[in-house]
Design a protein around this ligand. Structure first.
Ligand SMILES: Nc1ncnc2c1ncn2[C@@H]1O[C@H](COP(=O)(O)OP(=O)(O)OP(=O)(O)O)[C@@H](O)[C@H]1O
Length: 321
């Protein structure tokens, strides 16, 4: 059974101006669809990467996965339990402790007044669990030292702070970790060290990751499956080899052309062309059509359904197998 099962997931935000302004300016309510009809599954002990430009809905999906935000429609099941609708509180608690989240900015997510030891064991202590020696053990597992337990967050570099965040996430013995841009705030030289650590921990602890990133190069070697998001919708999903070698959606192709390669082989890097449309007034038909070099009339009129082409799923009228 899939560990994570996301079905028809949507999230709409009410972005209307205050009532009085709307009355004076005669404006209707405004809604922004951040995530629309997203489907995917994550198998245990695999890494599923969600990739897309800023505003594509990655973080909103991440927050719904961990139960920080409720879906407007559709659902997220973790180990078969729908967090937003499950009535049995004990079941929800059990699942919640199986899920952890790591954020982009490791400094903002660490309490500056707490010692590292207390930061790491806090989630366990809050549930009344045993914390003796736990921080020290976890610090070693993330490549830091036992002595670091008594220090404060400001005494560490960005990469070390992200290691502390990872140690804290591991303290609850989670099965699933949702990582939202875990290396974007770090120097390039440190990024691969943290990614390597995450890979090792995944193997050692049998973890499952959902890795959220705007950077395709981050996921090439880590992901088992990649979902590409555009304006809140999945446009392509497939295994990394297939996606990198034979991208089927023109947007995936555009992202790949914009991505510098980690293997260092020189290649022209072309930044993505065109503007990301306004999510409050998305384009008709395929939301990508104003930026798409292949767009025809049907793309302007009809939204492409997700369809299977080999092992890939793609939502594009023009895609071929
Ligand atoms: N609480 C909110 N209220 C209103 N709009 C929101 C809210 N949260 C997100 N949005 C909007 O939803 C869309 C998707 O945002 P989200 O943060 O999920 O995208 P993202 O792909 O993670 O982008 P980034 O990499 O910039 O964080 C954006 O247009 C954003 O402005």
């Amino acid at each position: 059974m899939a560990l994570v099962s996301v079905k028809n997931l949507s999230r709409v935000f009410d972005v209307s101006k205050p009532w009085l302004n709307r009355v004076i300016e005669r404006e209707p309510k405004a809604f922004l669809t951040a995530v629309s009809d997203v489907d995917f599954e994550v198998e245990p002990q695999t890494t599923y990467a969600l990739v897309g430009e800023s505003g594509s809905g990655k973080s909103t999906i991440g927050r719904m996965l961990v139960g920080l935000l409720n879906p407007s429609d559709g659902n997220v099941e973790i180990e078969g339990v729908d967090l937003a609708n499950e009535k049995d509180a004990a079941k929800v608690d059990a699942i919640r402790s199986d899920i952890q989240m790591i954020f982009q900015d490791p400094y903002a997510s660490l309490n500056p007044r707490w010692r590292v030891r207390d930061i790491i064991v806090e989630p366990v202590a809050a549930r009344g669990g045993k914390t003796e020696g736990l921080a020290e053990k976890l610090l070693e597992q993330v490549g830091l030292s036992v002595k670091d337990a008594g220090k404060f967050p400001h005494e560490f570099s960005g990469g070390q702070r992200q290691r502390i965040c990872i140690a804290r996430a591991l303290a609850s013995e989670p099965r699933l970790i949702v990582c939202d841009e875990p290396t974007s705030a770090l120097d390039v030289s440190v990024q691969s060290q943290v990614l390597n650590l995450m890979s090792d921990l995944k193997d050692n602890f049998g973890l499952t990751y959902v890795l959220i990133t705007h950077d395709l190069t981050v996921v090439q070697h880590m992901a088992d499956r990649i979902g590409v998001l555009y304006l809140g919708r999945l446009v392509e999903e497939g295994a990394p080899d297939e996606l990198f070698e034979r991208p089927k959606h023109p947007y995936t192709q555009m992202l790949l052309e914009a991505a510098p390669r980690m293997d260092g082989f020189g290649r022209e890097v072309t930044p993505p062309e065109g503007e990301i449309p306004d999510p409050i007034n998305p384009p008709s038909g395929c939301a990508f059509h104003p930026r798409c070099p292949l767009a025809t009339d049907i793309c302007k009129q009809q939204r492409p359904e997700m369809r299977r082409l080999g092992t890939t799923r793609v939502a594009c009228h023009m895609a071929e197998g």
